[in-house]
Design a protein around this ligand. Structure first.
Ligand code: PMP
Ligand code: GLU
Length: 393
């Protein structure tokens, strides 16, 4: 039979995080007692006032196409958010609302990459960045960071990674999967390097900015270096902060020409994101923010408990994070103890089969020898999961 699949798509890997979540859901549906620590999505329900805004939008007939780049109300809410929370000034033609931050990032890559352009991606990275870059015709340049350096890229590493072909660097802080966030001094040092290379754009994926408990107020390269603003794109969305993963609303803010190019792609690909989700997102951004407090508190409590519990397990070595909802322990010593297991991928399968706990291997995050456990689940589930892993080991 004719093979209709393109050569490019054959090179693209499916999302490992989604694959693990689906596998766990499948096993549960088949009656298997599996605890899923794969999914990176808040276990909380979307706050009531946000749901009410969506219901009102349906009843008011906000059921038609909207402007491709988002409704005027939502774009204004995004502008106000950047002003109040991040100290950044944008106008409406610098904002594009898309179907999730994932869509914002893929629009950006498609808008700025020429064939063979290099995208600098510090590892561990969110699983999707390299494959999204590949889909857009780019080439990933992976910069490996270690637990010893808190999984953060140094200015020297950044400088060494930049070449004539570099087009974009993707920073993600707080990070999925490490939970680590760049401190002001660290961003300052990276910014000094970036100032020297005007051909390099900077994408900062700040989707976890509200799930942050570091000892220093979170800042960004745009505030620290206003001169970088004409080549910075800020990616964010409502999925993680407001427990709205299913609503599919993300947004990007950046230079007018780049946002216009992204809008053009979106106009030919998806048109506007869901009108009802946009109305809900206006309520999320403009409404009371106290709904964020209990969620953040719960994530922090689970983080503290899980990191300690993992470090008490033989062979696990886990850093504390400052945000997001993932623990990312080094498990090389665990791997070496188990017969028939020689990689993090095999260990993840072993844990699923033996402990009935689903975790995501580190390899698809560019960090072999690690696994990612999501603590976007109840303390009860975390307790059972750790007990099962302990019993198996
Ligand atoms: N960036 C990071 C680092 C993520 O973990 C996610 C999670 N899906 C996204 C972007 C995309 O989020 P969404 O598309 O749900 O807005
Ligand atoms: N970002 C989440 C995760 O890393 C959701 C799944 C995905 O989009 O990759 O698990």
């Amino acid at each position: 039979m004719t093979d209709f699949v393109s050569e490019l798509i054959k090179k693209v890997k499916p999302s490992a995080t989604i694959a693990v979540s689906m596998k766990a859901a499948e096993l549960r549906a088949a009656g298997k007692d599996v605890i899923g620590l794969g999914a990176g999505e808040p276990d909380f329900d979307t706050p009531d006032h946000i749901k009410a805004a969506a219901i009102e939008a349906i009843n008011n007939g906000q059921t038609k196409y909207t402007a491709v780049d988002g409704t005027a109300e939502l774009k204004q809410a995004v502008i106000d958010k950047f002003k109040c929370e991040n100290g950044l000034d944008f106008v409406a033609n610098q904002i594009l609302v898309s179907c999730g931050a994932k869509h914002s990032i893929s629009n950006l890559l498609a808008a700025v990459l020429n064939p063979g352009d290099e995208v600098i991606i510090p590892a561990p990275y969110w699983v999707s960045y390299p494959d999204m870059a590949l889909l857009a015709g780019g080439k990933s340049v992976i910069v490996t960071t270690t637990q010893e350096q808190d999984f953060k890229i140094t200015p020297e590493q950044l400088e060494n990674a930049i070449s004539d072909k570099s087009r974009l660097i993707i920073l993600n802080t707080p990070s999925n999967p490490t939970g680590k966030a760049y401190r002001k001094a660290e961003l300052q040092a990276l910014g000094e390097v970036l100032l020297k290379y005007p051909q390099v754009m900077i994408a900062t994926d700040d989707i976890y900015e509200h799930i942050y408990w570091g000892d220093e107020e979170i800042t960004n390269l745009g505030v620290l270096f206003p001169k970088l603003m004409d080549r910075m794109v800020f990616i964010n969305g409502v999925s993680k902060a407001y427990a709205m993963t299913g609503w599919r609303i993300g947004y990007a803010a950046g230079p007018v020409a780049v946002i216009a190019a992204m809008r053009k792609i979106q106009s030919q690909a998806t048109s506007n994101p869901c009108s009802i989700s946009q109305a809900a997102s206006v309520a999320a951004l403009n409404g009371p923010q106290d709904c964020l407090v209990p969620m953040k508190k719960a994530f922090k409590e689970r983080h503290d408990w899980l990191v300690k519990a993992l470090n008490d397990l033989p062979g696990f070595s886990c850093l504390e994070g400052e945000g997001a909802f993932y623990a990312f322990p080094n498990v090389e010593k665990v791997i070496s103890r188990i017969d028939g297991v020689s990689t993090d991928v095999e260990l993840s399968t072993w844990l699923l089969e033996n402990a009935k706990v689903a975790v995501v291997p580190g390899t698809p995050f560019g960090a072999p020898g690690h696994v990612r456990l999501s603590f976007a689940t109840s303390m009860d589930n975390l307790n059972i999961a750790v007990k099962r892993i302990k019993d198996c080991l």
